[in-house]
Design a protein around this ligand. Sequence first.
Ligand code: KIV
Length: 271
Amino acid sequence: MMNIFDFAKKKQAGEKITMVTCYDYTSAVLVNRSDIDCILVGDSVAMTMHGFNSTVPATVEMMALHTAAVARGAKDKFIVADLPFLAYRKALGENIAAVQAVMQAGAHAVKIEGAAGNQELVRHLTESGVPVMGHIGLTPQFVHLLGGYRVQGKTEESANRLKHEALALEEAGAFALVMECVPTVLAADITKSLRIATIGIGAGAGADGQVLVFQDLLGLNTDFRPKFVKNFMNGADLVTNALNEYNQAVKTGAFPDANHSFNPDRMAQPA
Ligand code: KIV
């Protein structure tokens, strides 16, 4: 299993880091069988698994429940869990309670969105034994403030702000940084300026690693296809076809056949 030092080691070695989101036990077992380096239990769970139209409705309880399921299925993977909307913008005691819930559910690190106002917490958490991954650029918990899901860092001013945020998070003790929907050149520039690893999503090939949402990667999501998503299989059609085959087999009487039924005569035969 990776640990936090492997992120920087891979960056130094020029070895790309792969991360995928995961929200449930069955998917976690599959990711655990794969070569993917690490898992993010993202607050995108609110959208992919609960059908909300943003990550804002995610709660600490939701994150802890899904983190625990993933941790039971992916015993060999480093797991980062998102702290959900506002869960780390409260009094220190409440922030720590949220962190405690997801860490004790099985996460090895937490991810928080934004830098402004978070540096002290990042410092406090790392001093308390909790590794923190930062997240800048398009931070989905800020969707209402950003006016939608838009590429960030397109003007010189916002590009400079993102560079400062990245450095501030590194300085505060973050061990890695997600950069979401930022121009390729800016993402590469930020990556070069940091000692910690960057993980891109919609940030081009210059980041030290990439993260994709499980459902997007597998083509399971038919109603959402941002430019940066590549489907590595057509999961929606494969699953629908399998469901239709099952439906057909039951309706034609082809399933269940003898091989999938308990036959007393055959059960009585010696093995
Ligand atoms: O919640 C999530 O899935 C994320 C990724 C998009 C980085 O934060």
